[in-house]
Design a protein around this ligand. Structure first.
Ligand code: EPZ
Length: 435
């Protein structure tokens, strides 16, 4: 297993181009199951999770031409065989987001067999709301041998009004599943307490381009008028707001200056609000030509101020940036309070940051971060995708050498992070596991 070896203390300076969003790309790719026409996606990132989704869709009869590493990063997906509708355990267990094929499969083929995704490092990750949503659309659901077996009586789902809030207010992939499935259902579907994440808006853009009739995407109430058939489309993937936020924190924690190109600043207002409270200046430098793809300059005050932050569904502060911000707050001048409301167990980075000299005090889903003057490099263990990113950021700022082990977690959501950081001044290399 690969690890990163980082010599800390270098200021980052230069330009980073933000890639297409992983969390947008996965449901966008699954949407290709809804039609027999070609769907072209531009800007799909070259990530492990994307590779897993390509493998899964291949088994579901989708041919994929081109690919993230190809020219223009365009890939064209087309269903050529709809006989197999089983998303197998050994793929789903490596990427629980595979659940986002459930809605499209059920809507397009009237049947689906999807392995129940297990939990992961940040929580047990139930899918009860996904199943409630499918049942509300008329599907018959049973569980057998760890698989969800779903069937649409008469081969077609039927629209209905669905409250998708559950205990947490909203579910991103649950909303993606229900919205996608409703596009081909008979009649109208109203999704109440839908997720408002930008990735849902991007999915609605693609579905609309394919001929779907959707109103209110990005708001808590989404209305879908079912149609008989969907066509193909050509869609540019929304840039990755979480990747952009991660590099903003990288500039700040190294007291550097980074320009981020293709930054979806309009999706990051809660992040820039908190960063500005810390003393990080984020300014658009291209006249906000396209607020979803603009150039921003990020620089921080030398003395970082402590803050309070609570993760919330969008437009609140994203849980996927919690670990990265915590790493930054370890060096703030005072005590910060970080509260995690989405995944209350999402603190695997706390013990590792403490190994680097951070002073962190956890009580349940809240961590008090007592700022220190310096972090000390140490060997640390990556656990989940974003915790790993937080450890890399801490390593960039720490005195001495930090080794981040098991960076395969990082490769799931960040494309060649070590190369992109090195290109703006970091001393970081990827090494194979020591013998
Ligand atoms: C998406 O996961 C993202 N993944 C996650 O990003 C992100 O952390 C999460 O949304 C929250 O923003 C992708 O988009 C691929 P949820 P998702 O359903 O949709 C509970 C990353 O690092 N819940 O919005 O699976 C759940 O336990 C990843 O890129 C139920 O109770 O998250 C959680 O507490 C990690 N029942 C809350 O809702 C359900 O049926 C929000 O989860 C579904 C969810």
């Amino acid at each position: 297993m690969d690890r990163f070896v980082i010599q800390g203390g270098r200021r980052l300076e230069g330009t980073v181009r933000i890639n297409g969003s992983k969390n947008a790309s996965l449901p966008l790719m699954a949407a290709a199951l809804l039609t027999d026409q070609p769907v072209t996606l531009r800007g799909v990132p070259d990530l492990a999770d994307i590779g897993n989704m390509r493998r899964l869709l291949g088994e579901l009869g989708v041919e994929i031409a081109g690919g993230p590493a190809g020219d223009g990063r365009a890939e064209t997906l087309r269903v050529t065989d709809d006989s197999e509708s089983h998303a197998r355990y050994d793929i789903v267990r490596t990427m629980r987001a595979s659940i986002c094929v459930l809605g499209p499969l059920l809507a397009a083929r009237g049947r689906a067999r999807v392995s129940m995704p297990g939990g992961c490092a940040i929580g047990d990750r139930p899918v009860d709301l996904h199943l409630r949503g499918m049942e509300a659309l008329g599907a018959e659901i049973e569980l057998d041998g760890g698989d969800i077996i779903a069937r649409a009586p008469g081969g077609r789902l039927r629209g209905d009004t669905i409250f998708l809030g559950g205990a947490f207010g909203s579910t991103v992939l649950g909303t993606a599943n229900v919205m996608s499935a409703a596009t081909l259902a008979e009649g109208t579907t109203v999704i109440e307490s839908a997720a408002c994440e930008p990735e849902i808006v991007d999915l609605a853009r693609l579905l609309t381009a394919m001929g779907a009739k959707i109103e209110g995407a990005g708001s808590p109430r989404v209305t879908v008028h079912g149609v008989e058939k969907l066509g193909g489309a050509d869609h540019a993937v929304l840039p990755d707001r979480i990747e952009a936020a991660t590099y903003m924190c990288a500039a700040a924690i190294t007291n550097g200056v980074l320009t981020l190109e293709d930054c979806p600043l309009d999706c990051l207002l809660s992040v820039t609000d908190r960063l500005e409270a810390v003393g990080v200046r984020v300014e658009c430098v291209d006249g906000n030509a396209d607020p979803l793809r603009c150039a921003v300059r990020v620089a921080a005050d030398r003395v970082l101020k402590p803050i309070e932050v609570t993760t919330q569904p969008h437009p609140g502060f994203p849980t996927d940036v919690q670990a990265q911000l915590m790493a930054l707050l370890c060096l703030a001048d005072g005590n910060s309070v970080v509260t995690e409301k989405i995944f209350p167990e999402r603190f695997l980075h706390v013990a590792e940051l403490s190994r680097m000299g951070a002073r962190l005090f956890r009580q349940g889903n809240t961590v008090v971060v007592s700022g220190v003057r310096t972090l000390k490099g140490a060997p640390v263990m990556a656990s989940d995708l974003r915790a790993s990113a937080g450890l890399v950021l801490a390593g960039l700022a720490a005195e001495g050498t930090t080794t981040v082990n098991r960076v395969y977690h990082l490769d799931r959501g960040y494309e060649r992070m070590e190369e992109r950081l090195a290109a703006v001044g970091a001393v970081i290399e990827r090494a194979g596991e020591s013998a």
